[in-house]
Design a protein around this ligand. Structure first.
Ligand SMILES: [Zn+2]
Length: 201
C-alpha cells in the first residue's frame, strides 16, 4: 500500500500544474536571453508533440526569467530553445493575475483594424519603436496541461501575442518597423546593427 501511495504521489506531482511564480524576482534572469544578431533568434521553432512535465518546468523557468528581466512576454527561441512555447503577462503589476502559457499557438483570425504602438523586446534591450499590427486576433493553443484552448485578444495582449508568435518564425519586431530612419537611430543608440534586421516588407 505504502508503495502504491508513493507511486500515486509521484504521479500526481508529475502531472501537477505549475505553481505560482512570484512576479517580483530579486535575482537576475536564470536563463540567458539571446540578443539581436544571434542566429538562434532567426530559426523556426517546432510544434510540441507532448505537453509533459519538462515543458511545464521550462515554462516556469521562462516566467521567472521574464519577470526578472521586467518583460511582458518571452518566447522559447529567445532562450535558444526551438519549441513553440510562449509565456506572457501583461498584468505584471497585478500580483494575483495569472500569466498566460501558450503552447503551439495558431492565430485563426485577424481583425481588420490596424493600429500602431511602441514595442520593445528582451532580445533588443533599450530599443523601442512603433509597429503596425492588427488590433484584434483570435487564436487557439494548448495550455500547460496540454488542454486545447481558444481565446480572443485585443489591446496590449493582442499585440504581445503577435510579437511573441513572430519569434517562433524567426521574426523580430524591428523587421516590421516601417521608418528606417527611426530604426537606424534607435539601434545605433543601443549598439545594435542594422545588418541584423531582416525587413519583411
Ligand atoms: Zn521579443
Amino acid at each position: 500500500m505504502a508503495n502504491n501511495f508513493s507511486q500515486l504521489a509521484r504521479k500526481s506531482k508529475a502531472n501537477s500544474p505549475i505553481e505560482k511564480v512570484p512576479k517580483e524576482q530579486k535575482r537576475p534572469p536564470s536563463l540567458e536571453i539571446y540578443k539581436l544578431g544571434d542566429d538562434v533568434l532567426r530559426e523556426n521553432a517546432k510544434r510540441i508533440s507532448k505537453v509533459d512535465n519538462s515543458i511545464r518546468i521550462l515554462a516556469k523557468e521562462m516566467l521567472q526569467s521574464m519577470y526578472a528581466a521586467k518583460g511582458i512576454g518571452l518566447a522559447a527561441p529567445q532562450i535558444g530553445i526551438k519549441k513553440e512555447l510562449l509565456v506572457i503577462d501583461v498584468n505584471f503589476e497585478n500580483a494575483s493575475a495569472d500569466p498566460l502559457i501558450l503552447i503551439n499557438p495558431e492565430i485563426t483570425n485577424y481583425g481588420t483594424t490596424l493600429n500602431s504602438y511602441e514595442e520593445g523586446c528582451l532580445s533588443i534591450p533599450g530599443v523601442y519603436l512603433n509597429v503596425i499590427r492588427p488590433s484584434t486576433i483570435k487564436l487557439r493553443f494548448r495550455d500547460e496541461m496540454g488542454r486545447p484552448r481558444k481565446m480572443k485578444a485585443d489591446g496590449l495582449l493582442a499585440r504581445c501575442i503577435q510579437h511573441e508568435m513572430d519569434h517562433l518564425k524567426g521574426v523580430l519586431f524591428v523587421d516590421r518597423v516601417t521608418s528606417k530612419e527611426d530604426l537606424n537611430k534607435e539601434l545605433m543608440k543601443e549598439g545594435f546593427h542594422q545588418k541584423d534586421v531582416m525587413p519583411i516588407n
